[in-house]
Design a protein around this ligand. Structure first.
Ligand code: NAI
Length: 333
């Protein structure tokens, strides 16, 4: 099938081309993000392939549908960037990659936590400059601490397991607790988790219910000096409230792999430009904040699985057989 692949980076081509040897689709790569301005590039393509910051709102979907697109093959797990109701109304099929490597994301959340705790990001620069002073690098033992996991899907449970391995007590909050979760995962209401956790890690999807789940009220319930890690989606956190809490010292350390307005920033080299997002720039001024640009998924294993599952979704759509990992407005299949 002919597929227009948006937001293509060299690593996407590498892994998609490799996996496509077994599938034989015609993949046409476009560098730009999918927006209403770039949607016409997909004219005549029955399918398009999109990533997390491609915009698939009502307007874009209508442009795509009018020019012949029937399939949206997401090469991501999250699908908050798609107006699913509109896709359904237009008769378009949306597929995703439900699980490609929960380990990749969970391990990155742990990397953020460990770096922030021991201030490795600061120590690296200090040592390079011949500054071997330890002031400001004081960490704490993870052993014995309470970790709150918000969202115990595939990624949250792997993260919980790793933290259990460190000797942490694991609290979890999820409207749909996993009956298969290990006995060391103690489900509690979110409010209890926020009050009791030394470390809060977010692994829920972005939905209308989780938008700004971590706002000023939620932060007020947290322990003083709490460590907050977000590898879920930027808009789960109210950035302004988080900045206030960093200024007051309520939040002791903040690790982000996702950011509310990341669509304007991430996945591109802006080092020669002036960044006009003042909230983002304010975050970068705190010594106890560590931000990565949506790279938690970025392992060789994950990219290989993403490519393989995306292409096999396209095959299933084209042939009407095989597993079609479809996502619909009311339920995920
Ligand atoms: P999943 O679908 O397996 O699990 C999500 C869990 O969150 C489910 O158990 C669900 O019941 C729970 N949940 C829903 N609403 C909630 C709420 N209000 N409070 C607490 N829990 C809630 O998804 P998976 O694979 O574990 O991924 C989780 C999220 O991680 C994705 O939706 C995506 O946004 C993000 N992600 C980030 C990546 C990155 O590179 N930073 C890569 C992959 C996913």
């Amino acid at each position: 099938m002919r597929i227009a692949v948006f937001s293509t980076k060299p690593y996407d081509r590498r892994f998609l081309d490799q996996a496509n040897q077994a599938h034989g689709h015609e993949l046409v790569y476009f560098d730009p993000q999918l927006t209403v301005e770039t949607a016409p590039l997909a004219a005549g393509f029955r399918g398009i392939c999109a990533f997390v910051n491609d915009r698939l709102d009502r307007e874009v979907l209508q442009v795509l549908r009018a020019s012949g697109t029937e399939l949206i093959a997401l090469r991501s797990a999250g699908f908050n960037n798609v107006d699913l109701a509109e896709a359904e109304r237009l008769g378009m099929t949306v597929t995703r990659v439900p699980a490609y490597s929960p380990h990749a994301v969970a391990e990155h959340a742990v990397a953020l936590l460990l770096s922030l705790n021991r201030m490795t990001h600061r120590a690296y620069n200090r040592v390079r400059e011949g500054n071997f002073a330890l002031d400001g690098l004081l960490g704490f033992d993870l052993y014995g601490k309470t970790v709150g996991v918000v969202g115990t899907g595939k990624i949250g449970l792997v993260f919980a397991e790793i933290m259990h391995g460190f000797g942490c007590k694991v609290l979890a909050s999820d409207p749909f607790p996993d009956a298969q979760a290990k006995a060391f995962v103690h489900y509690v209401p979110l409010d209890t988790l926020l009050v009791e956790a030394d470390i809060v890690s977010l692994h829920c999807p972005l939905t209308p219910e989780t938008h700004h789940l971590i706002d000023a009220r939620a932060i007020a319930r947290m322990k003083d000096g709490v460590v907050l890690i977000n590898t879920g989606r930027g808009r789960v956190v109210d950035t302004k409230a988080v900045i206030d809490a960093l200024k007051s010292g309520k939040i002791g350390r903040l690790g982000l792999d996702v950011y509310e307005e990341e669509e304007q920033l991430f996945f591109q080299d802006l080092s020669q430009r002036v960044i006009s997002d003042d909230l983002f720039m304010r975050l970068t001024t705190f010594p106890n904040v560590l931000i990565t640009g949506h790279q938690a998924f970025f392992t060789a294993e994950a990219l290989g699985n993403i490519a393989e599952t995306t292409l096999s979704n396209i095959c299933a759509f084209e042939s009407g057989t095989g597993e079609l990992r479809r996502v619909t407005a009311d339920k995920r299949v």
